[in-house]
Design a protein around this ligand. Sequence first.
Ligand code: C2O
Ligand code: CU
Length: 545
Amino acid sequence: PTLEKWVTDLPKPGIVEPVGSKDDRPYYELEMQEFDQEMHPDLPATTVWGYEGQFPGPTIEAEKGEPIYVRWENKLPDEHLLPVDTTIHSGMVPYDIPGVRAVTHLHGGNIEHESDGKAQGWYTRDFAETGPTFEKKDYFYVNDQPASALWYHDHSVGITRLNVYAGLAGLYILRSDEERELGLPSGEYEIPLVLQDRSFNDDGSLFYPTTVADAPDDESFPDPSIISEFYGDTSVVNGKAWPRLSVSPRTYRFRILNGSNCRFYNLDLREYDESSETVGDTGPSFVQIGNDGGLLSEPAELDDRLELGPGKRGDVVVDFSEWEGETLLLHNDAPAMYRAEFSSEDDDVVSLPEILLVDVSDSAAEENTSPIPSNLADVPEISLDTVDNIRYLPLLMQRDEYGRNLHKLGNEEHMSGLALDDPVTEDPRLGDTEIWSIVNQTGMSHPIHLHLVHFQVLGRQSAGDYDPAEDDVDLDSLEDPEPYELGWNDVVTVHPSEVVHVAVHFGEYEGLFNDQTGTYMWHCHMVEHEDYDMMRPFVVRPPED
Ligand code: C2O
Ligand code: CU
């Protein structure tokens, strides 16, 4: 269906309250359910999955230093909403059990491994069946990390792409007194933007391909089949298709999440003429104040666009005070196959330039436009005086037995890649500082995510310029991180033929984060890649005694 743009108002995701307490801590229960949601006035209601009847799920507002418990209740129907390919991880996934497997991961959470929402810690409705690494029903989130926008989403092995596309995702905003004292725009002037791309059928249902575009006419080819990447043709923001937002001419804080399966966003605000649908010059700039894991040390005005790979968050302030009465477009110039070194023959791959329309009202702003403080937070640089390990980690693309794309992660001893269930190879000890040098040997960009930790991007270089046999990374020779890569990251985009070096400290760091040990995951956050098969465990071992 062709949907008229900008005819529906942008809603804010709801906020969920605890239902009681457990061990004197707030206790939340969020139910995963199937329900119908109106995404656009011209479209019949869409059957989606979400939490508490909301897509995206309601926001959990947590406070630094105040732990909470959350039970993510699986109340999903017996059948999946979308086509399930039973060849993915068929050795470890019991596709024949009744019900839908689900498990919720808190992305960006510095949390105990039992509560991490592991891929194989899934469970079906009412915990009837549980996966091999399922440990507990009530997850404990210690909330002892810098204030930041985290998000929760499904993580079930082999079907994460489908569960997330159906709608199992929402925001988790951690706040702190330190942050409140900065006087950043808040309340109605702080707006979460959950960016997603979706495609719809005429009856309003979600469209998700059943098989690859070039599926061979061969009975042995899996049907349904996983696809290599998914790109939707419709911008959905906070659960509405092509919405518009009214703002006053003053400063706003936007908490932007790229919640799309595979799509990259490369964003700025442009002048927009609605009657002629023309995109004009650059509008107000983004002032980046925070990244995945918290505030930057100081605000960074972006003179270029804000890049957000899947899974990544941007915390930005925009000053609309000079734009009274103007209409602005949140514009995305990222092509679907981001920075691909090949051209796609697949005509279904669409770019998505128009994301959200913003109307700036005429009303003179009496209140605020208070300046952004020049010091936002203390972001200590991870010391590289003692680096315990430098890991060389290739991103790979191969073919499976059916000729389909199979994406993989490897390491220095396994340059041709490792599978999800191969033995753990990344096993730092608590207290270690490591450099992870991620090298992209495929033809397109990948957003790489590590659970548990927040890392600092040291820089990037051409893959050919780095020799992993060297003992050191020559920091001076690296291209600097982008402004939106400063501070604490949990996702970093690695472009084709480049190596990105990130500094990771496992454990508490200068009073930030917690000591956690155990098994966690790292993976590409294009969820089609994550499912097949760009995900690996890492283990934080206890310190040497
Ligand atoms: Cu946002 Cu392991 O994921
Ligand atoms: Cu990928």
